[in-house]
Ligand binder design. Sequence first.
Ligand SMILES: Nc1ncnc2c1ncn2[C@@H]1O[C@H](COP(=O)(O)OP(=O)(O)O)[C@@H](O)[C@H]1O
Ligand SMILES: [Mg+2]
Length: 273
Amino acid sequence: MTAPPSKTSPPGAAPPAGPMARIMAVTSGKGGVGKTMVSANLAAALARRGERVLVVDADLGLANLDVVLNLQPRATLHDVFTGKVPLENAIIEAPGGFHVLLAGSGLVEYSRLTPEVRDQLASVLQSVRPRYDRVLLDTGAGISDVVLYAVSLADEVLVIATPEPTALADAYATIKVLATQQGRSHMHVAVNQTQRLGEGRGVAQQLQTVIERFVQLPEGGTVRINYVGEIPSDPSVRQAVQRRQLLMLSYPGSSAALALVNLAGKLPATIQR
Ligand SMILES: Nc1ncnc2c1ncn2[C@@H]1O[C@H](COP(=O)(O)OP(=O)(O)O)[C@@H](O)[C@H]1O
Ligand SMILES: [Mg+2]
């Protein structure tokens, strides 16, 4: 499959005046549930729908988007943060018709939220915003300061859960913290690694039930979950990771890839549509 001609301008091009990208954080309670897999493949699916998409590797300490996409960036977010290179030099084209801003892994200094990290991340997002229709933040798992701060910079949140009880409990905890600390009243939920059709909707319903019982927004009222779909557990996902290729490109007909295409269609349209 070849990427369609995209309206994406080359990395570093001057920002056009006008609409701003919708920023969506992809997060989860538990690690290893598929945030990076979903971010990268969703970006490809959205690009195929004609959107200009940027994925920011916001899992600053444990970044691995570069591994999944088999990219060796000349410059990373770290180099931008430290003023070594201009932002434009760190934005690169990924296979799949979208752009990425990679973090580079093993940067322990980003495991803590310092005022510098706060300012730098916010200012990077401000600068990229006018150039894209959608910015996906591939965040870390859990409710650490860094993760919560990255999520706080997003307009909307996609929580990745799985049917596994521990992942479900952690997804609940994440939603609760985002509701109570950030006042988020609406969150998208996708259920990854499902074993049978319809399992995802059941998981989302379970989450909604527990949330209605135990989570109250600061201003009163409850959180509404917008269930955007399930992604089946599919051996093609692991095979794509092994080959270090994007699932959407290497196994476009696989059940997981088709589910991600479907998921892309469930997200709210970007501002200019
Ligand atoms: N739908 C799926 N089917 C099969 N394996 C999956 C699926 N989603 C994720 N995985 C496996 O889980 C691993 C971790 O996914 P990843 O996206 O890196 O998680 P996270 O970013 O949440 O830590 C992947 O490398 C892949 O092997
Ligand atoms: Mg990840």
